[in-house]
Unconditional design. Structure first.
Length: 193
């Protein structure tokens, strides 16, 4: 009994005097970011398919433009993370331009895909020091799927009505010209530990 009290007293003393070290990174620092990305992509693809079926491809542009940021915000709150979709060829530079870390991660994932990595394996994780504290930085690479071709494909694959709507919504659009299975960009997650 006396030993238990002594250990408890020592632990309390360390906590009170601030000598307890910050928590180490979790065994799998990508676990929570991976869950958040999974939820985001599942929800976005579902919304996209639903809108394409109900209002057509040109009407479904609002999923990526308007609904995606709201969905990302809700999932970010649920998982206590920050979420951002980033790419080198963006539609909306205010929302999707990569920062320095994201640029490094995108280049690495693009290189790995070119070297034959499977799209499912395209993730990059680092625990970095930030002014706010240790932070998990996570990127899930995105590869162009057939569903994406209607809005992100070549001039031959994008229907005229979609082209017109894209020009109206995104006059400086750089997010076209893709072929299936090309690297598109990534979902970037920040999680403060």
């Amino acid at each position: 009994m006396k030993r238990r009290i002594t250990l408890s007293t020592l632990a309390l003393s360390l906590i009170v005097t601030g000598h307890v070290q910050a928590a180490e990174a979790p065994a799998d620092p990508a676990a929570v970011p991976r869950q958040a990305v999974g939820a985001l992509l599942k929800t976005l693809v579902g919304e996209l398919k639903k809108d394409i079926d109900s209002v057509g491809a040109e009407g479904a542009i609002t999923v990526c433009k308007d609904k995606a940021p709201k969905i990302a915000g809700e999932i970010a709150r649920q998982h206590n993370v920050q979420i951002k979709r980033v790419t080198f060829k963006n539609r909306n530079p205010e929302r999707s331009t990569p920062d320095e870390w994201e640029t490094k991660a995108l280049r690495e994932l693009e290189k790995r895909l070119a070297e034959g990595a499977s799209p499912a394996s395209l993730e990059y994780t680092e625990v970095v020091d930030t002014p706010q504290g240790k932070t998990v930085r996570y990127m899930k690479g995105l590869v162009v799927q057939e569903l994406c071709m209607t809005c992100h494909g070549t001039s031959e694959t994008i229907p005229a009505a979609v082209k017109a709507k894209l020009q109206q919504e995104y006059p400086n659009d750089k997010a076209t010209g893709y072929l299936p299975n090309q690297f598109r960009g990534g979902v970037s997650i920040k999680q403060l530990l």
